[in-house]
Design a protein around this ligand. Structure first.
Ligand code: SF4
Length: 357
């Protein structure tokens, strides 16, 4: 599928943020990156546009990096005015920004409405107040509920971000967070495994033995459970992997934590494996004749798993079974055809994930 949705990113660091979220490395980013100025917004959009294909169906200006609605109101207005002008001129289709749940109130929402902002993303991180407290977030789960409802009442698109593996979290608090998020019916979610970034409070906690990050395997397993919950509710997962401080984690600043450059593929492969095992168990098969799985070329590497991890897992599960995986461009992007001797059946792995608990 050709890419038709393009983002023009604007990094707006939350200079002087009064909070101290343990995982945050904003201070480091702020020192390294020159923040964008309002008068640069339209020229930057024009520059980006020149690199996008003519058939780009959706161009979105995205203000990220800190808590947009926490910066001084005149500066918010200056940025929003420029983005609004760009939208009026047809240079962009949507305006998106991210912020904290406790930086949403009527005055803020009126301002964002006035300048035709489309999407607001909230950093929820956890719906457990204990985890929020241990992570020094400075807001509660009730703030998340209240802010999300208000955002909806004003008619904005709502995105919610959660972090997995924060201090004090356990698998049950992660599930509690995902189910709390599902209840708020966002348009999309992002899932970030917590990484220990150099120079953060979390690094100190980690070095003192007060914090132990989940292993990559644990994080992938857990995120597969959470992703299945969102798939069941038809909530799009637009990002899995890295965390909001990704600018520096990409620069080799990760001290510990479940970092993997293809984290999303690891989780998607785990989900596909779960679905395939379920299908094979339900349908039964003749191990003597081996099995061929055909799938859309886009799903092929996810079905095999990184390093053929899924094939190896199936071989362990069904010793002696000969397994072949082939491309079939006639199948849909989440469809798999199973051929076992003379038997042939197809399944959509996402539909299977929806039906298994
Ligand atoms: S994550 Fe956001 S709110 Fe928390 S300290 Fe960093 S900039 Fe401030």
């Amino acid at each position: 599928m050709t890419k038709t949705h393009f983002i023009v990113p604007f990094f707006i660091p939350h200079v002087g943020c009064p909070h101290d979220c343990v995982f945050c490395s904003q201070g480091k980013i702020t020192g390294k990156e020159r923040p964008v100025l309002p008068e640069e917004v339209i020229p930057i959009i024009r520059e980006y546009r020149a690199t996008f294909p003519r058939n780009a169906r959706m161009v979105e200006a995205a203000f990220f990096g800190g808590s947009f609605t926490g910066i001084p109101a005149p500066l918010q207005t200056a940025f929003l005015k420029e983005a609004y002008l760009a939208k009026k001129e047809g240079l962009i289709d949507r305006i998106r920004l991210s912020t904290r749940p406790d930086y949403i109130d009527q005055e803020v929402l009126e301002r964002l409405s006035e300048f035709r902002v489309d999407t607001i993303e909230l950093g929820v991180q956890s719906m457990s107040d204990e985890v929020l407290k241990k992570s020094a977030r400075g807001h509660s789960s009730a703030d998340v509920v209240q802010a999300s409802r208000k955002i909806r009442e004003y008619g904005f698109r709502l995105g919610l971000q959660m972090m997995v593996g924060l201090p004090g979290s356990r698998p049950d608090t992660e599930v509690q967070t995902a189910s709390g998020i599902c209840a708020l019916k966002p348009d999309f979610v992002r899932i970030y495994p917590t990484l220990v970034i150099r120079g953060t409070a979390l690094e100190t906690m980690y070095k003192k033995g007060m914090y132990k990050p989940p292993s990559l395997e644990e994080a992938v397993d857990l995120c597969a459970v959470l992703a299945a919950m969102f798939i069941r509710e038809n909530i799009a997962i637009i990002r899995m992997g890295l965390q909001p401080t990704e600018l520096i984690s990409e620069g080799g600043e990760v001290v510990a934590g479940p970092f993997h450059p293809s984290f999303r593929q690891l989780v998607d492969s785990r989900l596909v494996l779960r679905a395939v095992k379920w299908i094979l168990d339900q349908r039964g098969m003749d191990p003597e004749v081996g099995i061929v799985m055909e799938t859309n070329p886009k799903l092929l590497s996810t079905l095999k798993g990184i390093g053929k991890e899924n094939i190896k897992a199936l071989e362990r599960e069904y010793p002696g079974l000969e397994i072949k995986v082939l491309k079939n461009k006639d199948l849909g992007r989440s469809e798999i055809r199973f051929i076992n001797g003379k038997r042939m059946f197809e399944a959509d792995y996402r539909q299977v994930i929806k039906s298994i608990k």
